[in-house]
Write a protein that binds this ligand. Structure first.
Ligand code: NAD
Ligand code: ISE
Length: 338
């Protein structure tokens, strides 16, 4: 069965996912596109055979849309996801699930009332080979119980529109999701400390930031977010356990020795770093839907947790205090205790 996908939001990542669903993933076809910029929607649909719809509601209602992909701006996500659930259609939502925790909970309640999983959130790192290998090692017990995790998320530069809170909301959100998954644990508190700021930034921005998380099991995580590091896009993660450690591999790159030096390339953006992860994420999403199964990727509950924890991180940055994340208990529908 071919899964017919309607895409809401034909901007940067929407176009990237339309290309992916058209050229990379088998078993899927983009049949509908919408964007508040109608010209952009028409350009994105050109060559795919997709119809352009006036808005998200019309696209979700269309007979030739089996599943919905939401790639519009974050504050609009909740409305589209709720409409898709009301129509009983599976919906893949790029991060964030919603920008407010209350909206995430409305989605959780709507999906629970529907009685079957429809929502998957676009946390693609869970599909990266390196993180998957780390998870296998952690789950196997080979390094004992994890005690500490050291992470870094570095981007070469960010535009002037990037504000200090985006270090949590837009950037660290990926570590927050992948750590919850890797450790099978919940983040219970966060503190943010700000070292001397780099001179290579717009004046309004606090960069770098060091985020300190504590989990329910008492694991301590330090995450350096440094979005003007200049030298490349660099993602690091190392978990230390009772009897060993496991480290995320760097992307493979040949070593070059010449003129008395040894060098390897460092990637410069997240698009190349996680291209394979995005492909796998969509292959698995489509394969599940084509087989009539529920999605198996990050849940609406994971989306809720990420929004609560990123909001707490912003509060910690602004207050200078340790902030408790105060997540609600996980419902049985999402694997919580009965
Ligand atoms: P973008 O600004 O390039 O594109 C967003 C598009 O959505 C624009 O064309 C805009 O006109 C359209 N739009 C906004 N509201 C709409 C609505 N209600 N209905 C229809 N169209 C609407 O932004 P982007 O970089 O493509 O990011 C989009 C989303 O994807 C964001 O939520 C972002 O956080 C997420 N994202 C995720 C990753 C990742 O690594 N997983 C990477 C980049 C972006
Ligand atoms: C961006 O918003 C993303 O979502 C990327 O995946 C992330 O790695 C990047 O640093 C963010 O700015």
């Amino acid at each position: 069965m071919t899964v017919r996908v309607g895409v809401i939001g034909a901007g940067w990542i929407g176009q990237e996912h339309i290309r992916r669903l058209t050229d990379v993933v088998t078993g899927a076809r983009v049949t509908a596109v919408t964007d508040i910029d109608a010209e952009r929607a028409a350009q994105a649909a050109a060559g795919t055979g997709a119809r352009v719809h006036a808005d998200g509601a019309a696209l979700i209602a269309a007979d030739d849309v089996d599943a919905v992909l939401v790639t519009s701006w974050g504050p609009t996500h909740a409305e589209h996801v709720l409409n898709a659930i009301a129509a009983g259609k599976p919906v893949f939502c790029e991060k964030p699930l919603a920008t407010a925790a209350e909206d995430c909970l409305r989605i959780v309640e709507a999906e629970t009332a529907h009685g079957r999983r429809l929502v998957q959130v676009g946390f693609m790192r869970r599909y990266d080979q390196g993180y998957r290998q780390m998870k296998e090692v952690l789950d196997s017990g080979r390094i004992g119980e994890p005690l500490m995790v050291h992470c870094a998320h570095r981007n070469p530069t960010v535009p002037e529109s990037y504000t200090s809170d985006m270090a949590a909301l837009d950037t660290a959100v990926h570590e927050i999701d992948v750590l919850r998954w890797l450790l099978d644990d919940e983040i219970v508190s966060v503190q943010v400390v700000t070292p001397r700021s780099t001179s290579k930034r717009f004046a309004h921005l606090k960069d770098p930031q060091i985020m300190l998380f504590e989990t329910a099991k008492g694991i301590r995580v330090d995450l350096e977010v440094f979005v003007n590091c200049q030298y490349g896009y660099d993602i690091q993660c190392e978990a230390v356990g009772d009897t060993g450690l496991v480290r995320l591999p760097d992307p493979s790159a040949v070593g070059v020795r010449t003129a008395g030096q040894h060098s390897t390339q460092v990637l410069t953006d997240w698009v190349g770093r996680f291209a394979d992860a995005f492909d796998t994420e969509f292959r698995e999403w489509i394969a599940n839907l084509a087989a009539g199964n529920e999605p198996t990727g990050p849940t609406a509950w994971d989306g809720y947790a990420a929004t609560v924890i990123t909001s707490s991180t912003v509060e910690a940055l602004e207050s200078g205090h340790v902030v408790a994340t105060d997540l609600k208990p996980r419902p049985v529908f999402y694997g919580g205790a009965a």
